[in-house]
Design a protein around this ligand. Structure first.
Ligand code: ADP
Ligand code: UVW
Ligand code: MG
Length: 436
């Protein structure tokens, strides 16, 4: 029997796993995901062939690692999922790692690559640590299966120097890897391929403004198939950072979190960098949320985990915020903040792309599901020639409809599109392309 590829996507509020046949191109076998990890109770969605099933989970799953273990056990034990009953049925495990430092391509995990990734895992506190916990688990429990890591940041290696460089001392910047990196690149790669195909254009001649808006949100300007700018930023990657501070015998690196750009479920997005020192004079201290393995400053904890929708409204679930009749003023404010920030980036990227765009694309949990957010944004961008077919927008995409056109009329002007992104497929696709 053909072996399988398991793709794992540990996001900030969800863990998604997909099984595919290890052949080129890979064929889907099953999909399982747990969402709402930050807004309990967690919810399971399970899909296999025509069967789809949703349930609330009773067990306490508070971390992506818990969710991964639960999903793997559940899939291996499902008598109807005969293709994958144990690790023996797996050829590869593809892991989404948000921050890949200077890696431009996927890498196979061995002692060297694993330790290299481990050296900067506490620099993306909501992501790299959890993803590497899952890699660690796989190395220990499924040692015969080859693990391949794919990086969000890799897609953005084309960002030009003036865009990725901060106006700070360049010796310090270079020594500490202080530059713009960028996220959601696996998703942007899937979206570019899918949208170019949908528009019948070669990917390397396609210009897009793409929003990946989920629990973490970013926006990307794609010119001739390459990322030329993105809002979500990991500012640093430093193995031997000179910016080390000693606190109660623990050393941490400062200011190294994926915060910039759009706000998210628990993240602040763009702020004046000095704000946090006015917020608390404890900002530079080690946060009580730190563990032996992961060190996080109070500043990082506040801006990564205690901000965003949660701080403004008490919920991390944007479906409670994006409603026509918001329950509180705070919900309305959170919605308006999000709209304001996204519109600012669309205007910025429209100029950077010289007004030559094939389309504006909505993706990610919020982008794919919130008709209200799409309508509000497109209405605000009418001056760029965007126009929405309200009925198509309200209906949204069908299951399995990768790209849906929401544009009004078939005429000129940029298309307004939804792309149901699939980071798990993108990883399996590239894994199979180069290895099967
Ligand atoms: N109908 C909806 N309207 C608005 N937001 C939604 C809707 N359904 C889900 N969401 C939001 O999508 C987000 C999850 O996005 P997703 O991209 O799947 O997750 P992650 O960021 O963990 O990868 C959550 O904030 C959730 O509230
Ligand atoms: C980078 C990031 O925020 O990822 P996610 O949206 O999957 O949490
Ligand atoms: Mg995600």
């Amino acid at each position: 029997m053909t072996k399988s590829i398991l793709s794992v996507n540990a996001g900030s509020s969800s863990v998604k796993v997909n099984f595919y046949t290890a052949e080129n191109p890979p064929r889907p076998i099953a999909h399982a995901e747990i969402s709402g990890i930050t807004a309990p109770p967690p919810k399971l969605k399970y899909q296999q062939g025509d069967k789809s099933h949703k349930e609330e989970i009773k067990e306490k799953l508070t971390t992506p690692q818990d969710a991964f273990n639960y999903l793997l056990k559940r899939c291996f034990e499902d008598p109807e999922l005969s293709e994958v009953t144990s690790a023996d049925d797996l050829a590869y495990i593809c892991h989404r790692i948000v921050h890949g430092g200077d890696y431009h391509d996927a890498v196979e995990i061995n002692d060297e690559t694993y330790h290299h990734l481990e050296s900067f895992e506490d620099l993306a506190p909501l992501h790299n640590f959890s993803a590497l916990e899952i890699v660690r688990h796989c190395r220990a429990e499924l040692p015969k299966v080859r693990s391949i890591t794919f990086f969000d940041s890799a897609f953005h290696h084309t960002i030009p120097e003036p865009v990725r460089t901060y106006a700070i001392n360049q010796e310090v910047a270079k020594a500490n890897g202080l530059r713009k990196y960028g996220f959601h690149g696996i998703s942007y790669s899937f979206i570019l391929r899918s949208v170019a195909q949908f528009l019948s254009k070669p990917a390397d001649k396609t210009n897009l403004i793409v929003m990946h808006i989920g629990s973490g949100a970013s926006i990307c300007a794609i010119k001739n198939g390459e990322s030329i700018d993105t809002s979500a930023v990991q500012i640093a990657f430093a193995e031997n950072s000179t910016l080390q501070y000693e606190y109660t015998n623990a050393s941490i690196r400062m200011g190294l979190t994926p915060l910039a750009g759009l706000p998210g479920a628990t993240r602040s997005g763009d702020i004046d960098p000095s704000l946090v020192f006015h917020y608390t004079n404890e900002a530079g201290k080690l946060s009580p949320a730190s563990t032996k393995e992961m060190h996080i400053s109070t500043a990082e904890d506040i801006l990564n985990k205690q901000s965003g929708w949660k701080a403004l409204t008490g919920t991390t679930d944007f479906s409670e915020i994006a409603v026509s009749d918001p329950p509180t003023k705070a919900h309305k404010l959170a919605f308006d903040i999000f709209v304001d920030r996204i519109v600012g980036y669309i205007g910025n990227y429209y100029l950077k792309l010289n007004g030559q765009i094939d389309g504006v694309v909505f993706s990610g949990g919020i982008g794919e599901k919130s008709a209200l957010l799409r309508k509000t944004l497109v209405d605000k961008c009418q001056c760029l020639g965007l126009a929405l077919d309200d009925a198509a927008n309200d209906k949204g995409p069908e299951d399995g409809e990768t790209v849906k056109d929401l544009s009004k009329g078939s005429g000129k002007g940029p298309r307004v599109l939804i792309c149901q992104t699939n980071e798990q497929f993108e990883m399996a696709y590239h894994c199979a392309l180069s290895r099967c």
